[in-house]
Write a protein that binds this ligand. Sequence first.
Ligand code: PMV
Length: 326
Amino acid sequence: MAHHARAKAHTNIALSKYWGKRDNELILPMNGSLSLTLDAFHTTTEVRFIEERGSDTVLLNEQPLDDSATAKVSRFLDRVRALKGVDWRAEVHSHNQVPTGAGLASSSSAFAALAGAASRALGLELDERALSILARKGSGSASRSIFGGFALWQAGEDDLSSYAYPLQSPLYDDIAMLVVVINAAHKPVTSREGMRRTVDTSPYYSAWVKDAEQRLGEMKHAVTHGDFTRMGELAEMSAMRMHASMLAAEPPFCYWESGSLQVMQIVRELRAQGCQCYFTMDAGPNVKIITRNSELAVLKRALAATVDEQALLTARPGPGLLVENC
Ligand code: PMV
């Protein structure tokens, strides 16, 4: 029997952000979040279990991961092995179509794909909710990449109630995201460390949690009712408030670079001229512009003076997790 499977997952970008954990082991979030899965960036992962004990090997884009990243994958695989009651070692081959660590949420597609491939390789029949719960324990945002299009990750109360589910939206065929790569290098503060520091030290953190939960309800309403303007306003607000909470941490930190600020300003100016566009940012300097298909040409022309053409990546809603046996 071959314990071998492959999965493909797409990254998602949160419109209403998740920032801060209530439980670091289980990755239970302080607040719920809502995202859009994108077609342009994905991870494909193959997992093969070998019926013997030993250490796991993990290759990302054909290169072995360093010890600490391998240990993180192994800890995640331990959870899958425990579900099946085996202690077999695994060989993992992963390919990322995402600039790793650039704040483009590569961990969302990575752990969603790993959850899908590893569970199938062991013959576990997990439904989407169970996959979302499993992926969450690798990286919170991965819970949302099980689904295509819009997904809402409810904070929940415990392991079994903290999962994502898909949302239907009239915006699906119209929404586009323009990713502006400001710097594709690894981020200096990981999202894990950034969240921990903000939760532990930022006096603004409790205000963030309270507001994020309230706004999430509004965002859900805007998305499901096709209110593009409100969705965009709320998305920009969520990003600004999340970043504000980090600025007040001790020591403070900031993912923005001067190029990020320049792009934010261009978005504001274009909006004042009637272009429907809003920005969002995650744990990195890149800016994601949320817009409509019909506005893409105007946006690209306006950004051409400031940003290289290769630094502009266009994305639309992408599909959910795909899993197959090998
Ligand atoms: O799931 P993580 O650890 O990659 O954290 C993601 C955090 C943000 O991207 C900043 C926000 C979000 O909701 O995706």
